[in-house]
Design a protein around this ligand. Structure first.
Ligand SMILES: [Mn+2]
Length: 303
């Protein structure tokens, strides 16, 4: 018997998932599909990401990062079938809060972007000690008078009492946001960094911008939640996100920023939102999402 032969398979990122609740990192699916402005199947994302993790090894040769000693407690998926965003608050908070308290880092696989508000409430019910960083093409500051959607989690959090100075947003795209949203962000004191300010052609701009944003939040907040809305990535590299547009950030910049952000000890929870597997082409988005999980863990391991 050849126990360590890799002639047919390897130890994959999916093999890091365990039922051992003492693991330093936890992962949970929040398959919220309803309430998207563009109706879709973001509810399929958690199972798709877990499956794609089987295609990722646990070793990054470029930085000689080996994730194999890490284990990730897989808490399964929250039951959110037929659930609208307004009804999803309590089940998500109740599922994520114990994980966020018992683990150094909790990974929440959305779901549409409406899962972000409950994640922030789970981390800090007072909303006074928590900071929120978004990597997103959009402000998500649409009005809430028509109800909660994937287009207004940040607006809803501000209305809940989250201070605007505790919010930083990276990757905002031209012609994907309104002047009204930009004015709201400015008035609230949100730290705004556009996609153009993050371009690779400007060197390590995104890494520097992300580090600056996270350090700014860390000065004001005891803990940070990061929303990785996958539509921040350039659309040609992200067919599986309805909101992705040409001109978004490069996928390598997305990975670099993820690792850098997740190395910060105040980052206690992260979400991945807006991945709709029904729109994906050649598993491009699924493999990007799986690599994102690896980058989150690589960043965490640097702490
Ligand atoms: Mn968003």
């Amino acid at each position: 018997m050849i126990s360590d032969s890799d002639c047919r398979s390897w130890f994959s990122a999916a093999d890091l998932l365990t039922q051992d609740a003492t693991s330093r990192v936890a992962l949970i699916g929040a398959p919220l599909g309803l309430g998207s402005i563009t109706p879709g199947r973001c509810d399929l994302a958690p199972e798709t990401v877990r499956a794609a993790m089987k295609r990722m090894s646990v070793y990054d040769l470029e930085t000689e990062t080996d994730l194999s000693p890490l284990r990730v407690f897989d808490a399964g998926d929250i039951m959110l079938e037929e659930t609208q965003p307004v009804e999803a608050l309590i089940p998500i908070v109740e599922a994520v809060r114990p994980l966020a308290h018992e683990h150094e880092l909790t990974i929440v696989l959305g779901g549409n972007n409406a899962v972000t508000r409950p994640c922030v409430h789970a981390l800090d019910p007072t909303l006074q000690r928590v900071g929120v960083l978004t990597l997103d093409a959009h402000f998500d500051l649409r009005d809430t008078d028509c109800g909660l959607t994937n287009g207004n989690p940040i607006q809803a959090l501000l209305e809940d009492g989250l201070p605007g100075a505790h919010v930083a947003q990276i990757g905002l795209l031209p012609f994907a946001n309104t002047k009204k949203a930009h004015d709201k962000a400015r008035a609230a004191g949100i730290h705004v960094v556009s996609a153009g300010q993050c371009r690779s052609s400007r060197g390590m701009a995104i890494a520097g911008r992300a580090l600056l944003a996270i350090e700014r939040l860390a000065e004001r907040c005891d803990m940070i939640h990061v929303d990785f809305d996958i539509d921040v990535v350039e659309r040609h590299a992200m067919p599986g996100a309805p909101g992705a547009r040409p001109g978004g950030i490069a996928v390598q910049d997305f990975f670099d920023a993820t690792r850098l952000i997740c190395a910060h000890p105040k980052v206690r929870s992260v979400d991945l939102t807006e991945f709709d597997p029904s729109l994906d082409v050649a598993a491009i988005s699924a493999l990007t999402a799986a690599r994102w999980v690896c980058e989150v863990l690589a960043g965490f391991q640097k702490r």
